[in-house]
Design a protein around this ligand. Structure first.
Ligand SMILES: Cc1cc2nc3c(=O)[nH]c(=O)nc-3n(C[C@H](O)[C@H](O)[C@H](O)COP(=O)(O)OP(=O)(O)OC[C@H]3O[C@@H](n4cnc5c(N)ncnc54)[C@H](O)[C@@H]3O)c2cc1C
Length: 382
């Protein structure tokens, strides 16, 4: 590390501070593809560049339902960070950011270490929002981080499932998790709970198909219930007990990391970092944000959008470090969604178009495999 010095900023204590010319926070889709693009271009980020991400691997969410269902193997669905970082002389720190001082360009890690950087890029995703948990009678299992979800899922498979499981959320992830639970052999009571309706933004025919699949697999569907609290082996909409269960899987959408809103960065009402089309923070141009942690009109929170932001992010970070011109990302109007039904079939949605079948799953698998290979570090050629 080039410099080590002491600094006092937003953080409460004097802390030993490392410095970096570029700090990448989170190994999300945009950052992985950024690193891969630089590698393919033969460009190296400046010496001392850091990637902070908890864990040695980045998980690919598109293949998660297939992995949970037992259709994929672990190594097929994750990317080892070390080879990719090593190929670019980027240092990977196995840690999480817990605070950001945007004005000082400084982050605090859970380990207590601080890092001050000339340029920071955030691609650290989001986590599912949670109702209030009032006791420990119901186990809480958020779908992210994937590593923890998978570990617990495997324990359940090996040592026995809870008797009754609820899945909170009405979107694609919640539906896929329910179907994966059945495919993985969970035969107990299973229910999906959503504050809106199932797959609310999907075409009518697909919504009906999804509801029919849930019925076939004996998954209870509770729509229009706002789950506020979890207690006494049950989940509640205010005082009304909606479901009795021993475990609740949270697939309830995206909630911003709390430290984003307290960082001084311009954020939207939900705490997501407001960015312009060049992917820079609206308030702090030396800070970039992409993927689920960012807020940009027209861009939705899904991997597809994070992926499309990657080439612009890679080029704009490079231009910022080298003094070049920045380009703009334009969110696509429509994005392809392919939902693994856990029965050898997938649901396909593209705008108002909806289809289903085995060929949709085969197509999904082909796209997923091609995509994840595109993020890995290629093997060196002898
Ligand atoms: C079950 C499931 C299936 C899905 N399937 C699809 C799909 O098929 N297609 C699709 O488009 N979208 C899908 N999604 C949505 C998709 O997962 C997200 O939209 C996408 O992963 C967002 O990518 P990202 O680049 O924002 O970051 P992410 O992929 O979320 O990665 C964020 C990274 O940041 C790291 N991180 C988190 N907190 C910190 C911190 N404090 N400090 C440092 N690092 C941190 C994490 O460990 C992670 O590596 C699915 C989601 C789920 C839950």
């Amino acid at each position: 590390m080039a410099d080590v010095f002491y600094a006092r900023g937003m953080f409460t204590s004097d802390a030993l501070v490392d410095s970096a010319p570029l700090l990448l926070v989170g190994a999300g889709h945009s950052h992985l593809l950024t690193l891969r693009r630089w590698l393919d271009q033969g460009w190296r980020p400046p010496a001392g560049t850091l990637l902070v991400n908890p864990g040695e691997h980045a998980w690919y969410s598109g293949m998660m339902p297939g992995l949970l269902a037992g259709r994929h193997q672990v190594e097929e669905c994750r990317i080892a960070l070390q080879p990719l970082c090593a190929a670019l002389d980027v240092r990977h720190l196995d840690a999480s950011v817990v605070q950001l001082d945007a004005a000082a360009g400084q982050v605090l890690l859970r380990t207590g270490q601080s890092i001050k950087a000339d340029c920071i890029s955030l691609d650290c995703g989001a986590k599912p929002p949670s109702p209030q948990w009032l006791d420990t009678t119901v186990e809480k299992l958020p779908v992210k981080p994937f590593g923890i979800l998978l570990q617990r899922w495997q324990q359940w498979r090996e040592t026995g499932w809870p008797t009754r499981i609820g899945v909170l959320g009405g979107g694609a992830a919640a539906f896929e998790v329910c179907m994966a639970l059945r495919a993985a052999g969970f035969a107990g009571e299973l229910s999906l709970l959503t504050g809106s309706t199932l797959l609310a933004d999907f075409p009518e025919r697909l919504r009906e198909r999804a509801s029919a699949l849930l019925r076939q697999r004996q998954v209870g569907l509770h729509e229009l219930c706002m789950i506020t609290t979890v207690r006494q082996y049950g989940v509640y909409d205010q005082q009304r007990r909606v479901l009795a269960c021993e475990a609740l899987v949270l697939a309830s959408g995206a909630q911003a990391h709390g430290w984003q809103a307290s960082s001084g960065l311009a954020c939207d009402a939900q705490g997501f970092v407001r960015i312009g089309n060049d992917l820079r923070s609206r308030s702090h141009p030396q800070i970039f944000a992409s993927g689920d942690c960012a807020s940009l009109p027209g861009a939705r929170r899904s991997g597809v959008y994070a992926v499309r932001q990657a080439p612009v992010l890679a080029d704009n970070l490079r231009a910022t470090l080298n003094g070049g011109r920045l380009s703009d990302y334009r969110p696509q109007r429509l994005a392809l969604a392919l939902l693994d039904c856990g029965n050898g079939q997938a649901l396909l949605r593209y705008g108002s178009l909806g289809m289903a079948g085995g060929w949709c799953l085969r197509w999904k698998d082909r796209l997923d495999r091609r995509f994840i290979e595109g993020m890995r570090c290629p093997l060196p050629i002898d």
